[in-house]
Design a protein around this ligand. Structure first.
Ligand code: PEP
Ligand code: MG
Length: 589
């Protein structure tokens, strides 16, 4: 087919990592693992089949440890993902269950593994938290690796690519992503995956453009097709027309120049052009990410999600283990603040030795503070570790999923108890830390005036606040188009929270994803939110935009903005008044 006959195709997906690249497609073939047959092996072959499975697992683990050893230095911080995979190979849910199925049902190892894997995945998929949902993908990657060894299929060896290409895959595992060498791979696109998948996280660390969740990319794209990946907009253009190509070449150059400049100025303060100061902080999940926050000019940690230490293990972490991790973060960031959020999970779910409770609506179930208050010993262990870390720097305590006053008073009572325990043992700690609550349930937003009397600050978690206010499951892609932080109801709730806090001398911050999207920035500044926390890579851009905005202009427009009846109207007012400031750098002609 000649160039003229190929038609330009535009595919819309999810932006996994920002940036624009143009290059030839390199299809990452994952054939051989998708088709698995089921056959009866008979009692006489059970032992043999079990050995075959165990051998495949051993080979898979060996292969993975080779990859871990070869991980390039700048991706070392992500080795934990692969280490988690390493452990998952022998996980009870996967390994134990497969052996059980081979034995009880006398079926072949491939089928047993697929079956065990499907059950394990559904456990994670039913959790409303997208971070945990994405763990289903980890199970799949591990399953695929073992299956490849069972079936004798070839693994994809990304490190052997010799040309500079754009990877096109159904899904890329973290192991595959971490083999990406920047001099060979310009960017990648996948049919599956989303913003919170580990693959996206690694792409953002590598700072290469990535668009995920395209659904049909591998079906529509052929090897060597020319493709444009616009990670800013979540768009992929296949076989672009000459005009499109020229436009994107220009956009790409502009974007690169812009990014360089923004990062260069990342350390400058986030002070608006009329002199108002804001703090732009980082959200982290692991101590290793502190470096990224510092490198991108973060003013502290606005959200330290602490779930990770509780995952992929059979027991709950000890106080000392938690303390060591928290202390490391606190000392690295000192004297800047570290906002440690207490456990936001239904602990039973990730502790693999415990049975998983069935919950019809896990997002409305026994999670976060509800779980912690039901298991005070587990909660107090974490509270003690946090108070001990507070003796080594600036710590703030943040409580997730608060729905009313009782949960706060009960937590403060437990905090006092935990402090008394440390006191008694003469362990160094600080009880006088700032206590804040996440505002992510509408009832807490409505009650903000009363809650303000009980705490030192609010932090708005829009990821959940939007979900609960609009009744939109944040992890359900069928309603994703309705998930909208600029819905007037959400904005009114936020305004109420900020005003209620201000009236009582309490600060309101924001740590949900809404804080990192430029379109929302004028409203957030206009409402008076002084601290925004986001993924480290977003910090320089938001700081840069704040320096361009005149807050007094935004304030003048707030009444008009707040009167808009719909999200589209609100967006239009913002775009008409501030679009030039927010987007001028790259997309305007
Ligand atoms: C939120 O809900 O906005 C938030 C920051 O918390 P998480 O994404 O961890 O639920
Ligand atoms: Mg939340």
């Amino acid at each position: 087919m000649t160039k003229d006959q190929t038609e330009e195709i535009v595919l819309y997906g999810i932006s996994g990592s920002q940036g624009i690249c143009i290059g030839k497609a390199y299809m990452v073939d994952r054939e051989g693992v998708d088709v698995v047959e089921r056959y009866y092996i008979g009692p006489e072959n059970v032992k043999k089949e079990i050995n075959r499975f165990k051998q495949a697992v051993n080979h898979a683990r060996k292969e993975l440890s080779g990859i871990i050893e070869d991980i390039p230095e700048d991706l070392r911080q992500h080795a934990y993902i692969l280490e988690t995979h390493f452990l998952l190979h022998k996980d009870k849910m996967l390994y134990g269950k497969t052996l059980e199925l081979i034995e009880n049902e006398q079926i072949n190892a491939e089928w047993a593994l697929r079956k065990a894997s499907a059950t394990a995945k559904s456990v994670f998929q039913n959790i409303s938290d997208p971070y945990l949902q994405a763990r289903a993908a980890d199970i799949e990657h591990v399953t695929d690796r073992i299956l490849r060894h069972l079936l004798g299929a070839e693994d994809v060896n990304i490190s052997e690519i010799t040309k500079r290409v754009v990877l096109v895959a159904n899904n890329l595992s973290p192991a595959e992503t971490s083999q990406i060498q920047l001099d060979r791979v310009m960017g990648f696109i996948t049919d599956r995956g989303g913003k919170t998948s580990h693959t996206s996280i690694i792409a953002r660390t590598l700072e290469i453009p990535a668009v995920l969740g395209l659904e049909r990319a591998t079906a529509l794209i052929k090897n060597e097709d020319l493709i444009i990946v616009d990670g800013n907009e979540g768009i992929v253009i296949v076989n672009p027309a000459e005009e499109t190509l020229q436009r994107y070449k220009e956009l790409s150059q502009r974007y690169e120049a812009h990014k360089k400049e923004v990062i260069r100025r990342g350390d400058l303060p986030a002070t608006s052009s009329d002199g108002e100061s804001f703090r732009i902080m980082g959200n982290i999940e692991l101590p290793e990410e502190v470096v990224a926050v510092k490198d991108h000019g973060g003013d502290g940690i606005g959200l330290f999600r602490t779930e990770f230490l509780y995952l992929s293990r059979d027991d709950f972490p000890e106080e000392q283990e938690l303390f060591d991790q928290y202390r490391e973060v606190v000392e690295l960031m000192a004297p800047l603040p570290v906002t440690i959020r207490t456990l936001d999970i239904n602990g039973d779910k990730e502790v693999s030795s415990m049975p998983t409770p069935e919950e019809a609506n896990p997002a409305l179930g026994l999670r976060a503070i509800r779980f912690c208050l039901k298991k005070p010993e587990i909660f107090k262990t974490q509270l003690r570790a946090i108070m001990r870390a507070a003796a080594h720097g600036y710590v703030r305590l943040l409580l997730p999923m608060i729905s009313g006053a009782d949960e706060v008073t009960e937590t403060i009572r437990l905090l006092d108890e935990a402090a008394a325990e440390l006191e008694e043992k003469e362990v160094e700690h600080r009880r006088d830390i700032e206590i804040g609550i996440m505002i992510e349930i509408p009832s807490a937003a409505v009650m903000a005036d009363m809650l303000a009397d009980l705490v030192d600050f609010f932090s708005i978690g829009t990821n959940d606040l939007v979900q609960y206010t609009l009744a939109i499951d944040r992890g359900n892609r069928h309603v994703a188009h309705l998930y909208n932080p600029l819905h007037p109801a959400v904005i009114r709730l936020i305004r109420h929270v900020v005003d209620a806090g201000r009236y009582r001398g309490k600060k309101t911050y924001m740590c949900g994803e809404m804080a990192a999207d430029p379109i929302n920035l004028p409203i957030l500044l206009g409402l008076g939110i002084e601290e925004l926390s986001m993924a480290p890579q977003s910090i320089p851009e938001i700081k840069n935009l704040i320096r361009r905005v005149k807050v007094s202009d935004v304030r003048k427009l707030m009444d008009t903005i707040l009167q808009q009846p719909s999200e589209e109207d609100m967006q239009k007012v913002i775009n008409d008044s501030f679009g030039d400031l927010l987007y001028e750098d790259i997309y305007s002609e």
